[in-house]
Design a protein around this ligand. Structure first.
Ligand SMILES: Cc1cc2nc3c(=O)[nH]c(=O)nc-3n(C[C@H](O)[C@H](O)[C@H](O)COP(=O)(O)OP(=O)(O)OC[C@H]3O[C@@H](n4cnc5c(N)ncnc54)[C@H](O)[C@@H]3O)c2cc1C
Length: 309
């Protein structure tokens, strides 16, 4: 018999929501978490109904307490490998050598934000270097904002951020804007600064502005940067899950991957998931996992019944 019905790797919004549903469904659940949720650098969490403005760590502490209240177990640790064992189960290997077995797995390991190689960006991340206007736009509303361009959808991104301020500048690499893009920016009074960004400048512990290669300093209170999203999916690919052409795990509407018995939820397979979305995906995956376990329970019961056990 497996140690657990379900082992969940990643104990943040997606993983803990799944654990809550599964432990309330009276499944034996273990959550293994390495303690680095994506929004940890942010002082506050926004857009999560009833928890708006809460420090991100507080939401997770409350979630852990709720899961434990129904008998779910939570372990600090890093999972290094997932191994399929027979048609129905998995072994989960942890750094340090521990191993646990599970009938089903949910991977909710999130994603990494890779920032452009501009001096100073990483140090100011989640303070005045921001990426998501829905998470932080309101907090910097009406301030002098900038968007670091250069990526394929930077102009569209700037047009969205315009919603939060009248004083917005797009930093665009020379010659990168098309005529219609330029027209759209000018029409909505978005400033265009063409040049190569050298670094973000900090004065008195706050962002002062953006410095260009030619020495110009454009004063800004905060800048928005579209990061490259990279799924933390090594465990999934190692277990044989297929990925799409962009490298994201392939899943169905419940989060089931191409490996039977192995589900995903949250940012590991959906870069657009906010905290509330990740939590919702975890909850939906949990119900699908429980339904799958019920199917297996029926088969086992019929087999035992027919053997007269
Ligand atoms: C700076 C910043 C601010 C944000 N602010 C907001 C906001 O205000 N509102 C909002 O809705 N969204 C916000 N987001 C987005 C939010 O962070 C994500 O939507 C959310 O974290 C996704 O949850 P998740 O459970 O999928 O992944 P995560 O929260 O990233 O959790 C993944 C978990 O898996 C663990 N893990 C990874 N690999 C392993 C492993 N091998 N073994 C064990 N554990 C592992 C990690 O330690 C982590 O705890 C913000 C993002 C950033 C970067």
């Amino acid at each position: 018999m497996s140690d657990y019905d379900v082992v969940i790797i990643g104990g943040s919004a997606a993983g803990l929501s799944a654990a809550l549903v599964l432990s309330r469904a009276r499944r034996r659940v273990l959550v293994i978490d390495s303690g680095a949720p994506r929004n940890a650098p942010a002082p506050h969490l926004h857009g999560f109904l009833s928890a708006d403005g809460m420090p991100p760590g507080e939401l997770l502490s409350a979630g852990r307490a709720e899961v434990k209240g129904y008998g779910g177990e939570i372990l600090e640790g890093t999972v290094t490998e997932l191994i399929r064992c027979g048609p129905e189960g998995f072994q989960v290997l942890l750094a340090g050598g521990r191993r646990v077995s599970a009938r089903r797995l949910l991977v909710a390991t999130g994603l990494r934000d890779e920032l452009p190689a501009v001096e100073g960006l990483t140090d100011r991340w989640a303070r005045d270097v921001l990426h998501c206007p829905y998470c932080h736009g309101y907090e910097v509303r009406d301030q002098q904002l900038g968007v670091l361009g250069g990526s394929a959808d930077a102009v569209r991104y700037a047009q969205i951020i315009r919603q939060w301020t009248h004083d917005l500048v797009l930093f665009a690499p020379p010659g990168s804007l098309s005529v219609p893009e330029r027209a759209g920016l000018v029409a909505r009074a978005i400033g265009i600064v063409e040049g190569t960004v050298r670094r973000v400048v900090v004065e008195g512990g706050r962002l002062a502005g953006v410095e260009l290669d030619d020495g110009r300093l454009i004063r800004r209170d905060a800048v928005f940067v579209p990061p490259r999203f990279v799924p933390n999916s090594a465990l999934l690919t190692g277990a044989g899950c297929e990925t799409d052409e962009a490298g994201w795990p392939v899943k169905d509407g419940t989060g089931l991957t191409t490996v039977a018995g192995l589900w995903v939820a949250g940012n590991v397979a959906n870069p657009r998931a906010q905290v509330i979305t990740a939590a919702g995906e975890g909850s939906a995956a949990a119900m699908a996992i429980n339904a799958d376990l019920v199917e297996a329970d029926i088969k086992d019961a019929v087999r035992a019944f027919n053997l007269g056990l």
